[in-house]
Design a protein around this ligand. Structure first.
Ligand code: SF4
Length: 231
């Protein structure tokens, strides 16, 4: 699996896919990437340090993902992230976290106070029924401003049953009103029972993609390896 990539469009940054002890939530119906985990923290650290050794700092901006939340990385890996970012002159670090960790984000920002931290939420959609009844995302809140309060960025998942051009456009507009940047992921077939909906994806490509493909604040991943990491 590729664990290091460079994102050279829009907000340029390096990206690393690290390994943690595993997602503590694990209930999102569309997700199987939480399988990338190990309970052996020493081995995780060795692997993560090796991946981090490839970071050059060329964009002063690093995105760190770990098939779960940053709070599931071991403390030696967190220390190594800080050390590498200081050494390479990186000013901005992006981390991901599930909504259930929102009350720990302030403490993480303090811990990384030498850096500008951008916290990314896996939101998937503002549509409560799709998000909670179908995707089982575990975000028991409807108010967009309250959802976004502790986060700077958000992931959205498009191309699934129940969505339409109108609902996807609404998600993007609300996303841009409430977050600094958003990332749209198109559903790809995986080992879960949630399947990509070809008609919804066609609607996205026809009516949504042309509107936002050049928007600096919107990353769009048609394939889930478009950032250069994963498999
Ligand atoms: S989407 Fe994220 S929070 Fe949900 S199960 Fe997968 S890794 Fe865990």
């Amino acid at each position: 699996m590729e664990r290091y990539g460079r994102i050279e469009t829009k907000r340029k940054r390096e990206i690393v896919l690290l390994r943690g002890r595993g997602c503590a939530y694990r209930k999102c119906a569309f997700c199987d990437y939480h399988l990338d985990c190990s309970s052996d923290e020493k081995q995780n650290y060795r692997l993560n340090a090796d991946v981090l050794s490839r970071v050059t700092g060329e964009f002063s901006d690093l995105e760190v993902i770990n098939s779960g939340s940053v709070f599931e990385l071991d403390s030696s890996t967190l220390f190594e992230i800080k050390r590498v970012c200081r050494e390479k002159g990186i000013r901005t670090i992006h981390f991901e976290a599930h909504y259930m960790y929102k009350n720990r984000i302030r403490e993480l920002r303090r811990e990384f106070c030498d850096f500008e931290l951008k916290m990314k939420l896996g939101l998937e959609t503002f549509d409560y029924d799709i998000r909670e009844d179908y995707l089982k995302k575990g975000i028991p809140e409807r108010n967009p401003a309250v959802i976004a309060k502790d986060f700077d960025e958000a992931n959205f998942l498009f191309g699934i049953k129940g969505q339409s051009a109108q609902s996807m456009l609404r998600d993007i507009e609300l996303g841009l009103d409430n977050f600094e940047r958003i990332c749209v992921n198109i559903m790809c077939e995986n080992s879960t029972s949630i399947m990509p909906d070809k008609e919804v994806i066609a609607e996205f490509m026809q009516s949504v993609y042309p509107e936002y493909k050049d928007d600096f604040r919107v990353d769009i991943l048609i394939n889930n390896t478009d950032f250069g990491v994963g498999d």
